[in-house]
Every structure is written in C-alpha cells, then in structure tokens.
Design a protein around this ligand. Sequence first.
Ligand SMILES: Nc1ncnc2c1ncn2[C@@H]1O[C@H](COP(=O)(O)OP(=O)(O)OP(=O)(O)O)[C@@H](O)[C@H]1O
Length: 324
Amino acid sequence: MAKRERSGDCIEVEGLEKVFRVRRRTGPLRRERREVRAVDGISFTVPRGQIAGFIGPNGAGKSTTIKMLTGILTPSGGRLRVAGIEPSRDRTKLARRIGVVFGQRTTLWWDLPLRDSYALVRRIYRIPEARYRANLERCVELLDLGALLEVPVRQLSLGQRMRGDIAAALLHDPEVLYLDEPTIGLDVISKAQVREFLRVLNEERSTTVVLTTHDLTDIEQLCERVVVIDHGRLMYDGSLAGLHEVGESERTLVVDLERELPPIEGVPGARTVRTEGPRQWLAFAASASAAPIVSRIAADYPLVDLSLREPDIEAVIARMYAGR
Ligand SMILES: Nc1ncnc2c1ncn2[C@@H]1O[C@H](COP(=O)(O)OP(=O)(O)OP(=O)(O)O)[C@@H](O)[C@H]1O
C-alpha cells in the first residue's frame, strides 16, 4: 500500500456554516418557518497524515460537518477543501479520494458474503486488479478477516461487521478516512483491534483520519489532536492533555474493598465522591497519574479489586462552559 507525503493541509475549513430551514406545523392551517444553525462558522485545518479527533455532545453539528466534508451536504457559507477539492462541487471526484465508515450503518450488502461485497466495491470504484488484491490482502491480514470472507454480512457480529466495513472503505486507497463512531457498541477486544488497525494504517499509508467518537479512549490512543465543537461552534482545538486541562476533567477510580468501610480519606489528590457497600468511587485530576493513588489505597485499605473510568466527553465540555 502506498505511503504518501505528509506535508501541507489535507482538509481546510474556513468559516463553515450550515443552516437548515425547517417548517413546523403550529396549527391546522399554520406553519412556522424556523432556521437551525447546525454549523455556525467553524474553521480548522487537518495536515496530511494526521489522525484528528472530532468530538462534541449530541446535536453539536459533527455529522453535519462530516457530511459537508464528504460532499453529501452543500455548505450555506464558508470555504471548504478536501485533498484540494471543493466537496460539493466535485463530489464524484472526491469520492475516489475519501473513505467513509459509519459505526451505526453498514455500507456492505446484507445478504452477500464479505468477499462479494468487496468485489462490488471494486467495480464501483473501478479499482485496478493488482491494487485491489494488494489492498484486500493487507486489510484481511491486519483486520483478521480471513475466516470471515465467505460469511454473509448478516451473520457477522457487530465487531466483525465493523472490521469488514473499514476494509471496504479502504480498498480504493483513499487518502482521507472519515470514521463516525467506529467503536460504538464494540467489546473491549474489538475496540482494541480497530484502534490498532487505524494506527498501522496511518503509519503505513499516511492516511489522514477524521474520527468522530464519544469514547475518549479512542481519542487518547489515536489522536494527537482534538477538535471540539458544540452548538455548531468551535470550542477547542489542540491536544487531549490540553483539553483535560481547560475542562479540569477528572478520572474516577472505582475501588472494591473487602467490606463496607467509611469513605476513604487522606489520599493526596483524590477525594471519595460515592460509596455503595464495599465499593467506593474516588475522583482525581485526569492529568495526574493513578499509580500513587492506587498504591496509597492498597497500603492503607483491604483492597480486593479496582478499575479506572475515563471522564466522558459531555462532562469535560460541561466543565469547559462552567470555567468560562
Ligand atoms: N436535515 C436536517 N434538517 C434539520 N435539522 C437538522 C438536520 N440535520 C441535522 N439537523 C440539526 O442540526 C443540529 C446538528 O446535528 P448533527 O447531526 O450534525 O449533530 P451531531 O453532533 O452529529 O450529533 P450526534 O452526536 O447526536 O450524532 C441538530 O440540532 C440537528 O437536529
């Protein structure tokens, strides 16, 4: 698979806007016209070869932005370029340069085995035989699809289907890959497989990736950069560590003790926020290490088990607002 140059910006977005005009019935003969500003003047760029996280709460305008980046929707205002192409003007040309994966929808043919779905993708994109074979072989190897190629898509588990969908989006060698919630509903192992694949893909082919997710672990493990939008506006653009800092976000340590005890006290940097029988929840700054907190608790309390919970995106963003 071809490795590309990592120079210049692959995606350029300037003052992007999308206004939906909706009509609402307000009485038997009355209709009201209303405007929804789904995207309200967003600007950012994504350099070639970067994996950028694109996050925000429900209804923030993420899908609308992605749809404009793929040419499905025409912007109401602003400027947009992807791989040097204006998406809404040259949608067909752009389709050859981009791949799109939606976590909650499949682009595969439900009744066909994976292999036949891929053969159809090959025909749609007119992928040359040698390139198709090489790309399919690499995807099958990296996504562990060998045993699944003859299985009809409807019989695949969600994680298998997702891996199948990702391969389908890459057979024509796109330079940009949009992923909308690629790990949603997947178990821990499938999530790890998908993340590892994206890391290798980016490393081997310098593919530019825009990743929409509600899972901060996806961002943590894959994205050097994160763009946060809310109410159609850009809230933050920078590193994940920086986001935790401005959002003053907290991680939670869930601790199982041998028996019910009073709330854990005296652990520097952590405070007990909840107790339920022998289980206690301790919050601490997301930027801090959990190690000293864990060893302190292990030394002072009868510890049976523990797990770590990452902050959720909604909470981080809510704190960003509160801090303004
Ligand atoms: N076709 C449409 N017509 C009218 N309003 C729309 C349309 N598509 C989206 N919207 C509105 O635009 C806003 C942004 O929606 P969008 O789907 O882009 O958000 P999102 O960030 O992708 O949310 P989610 O995380 O829930 O997918 C919402 O208020 C939504 O109701």
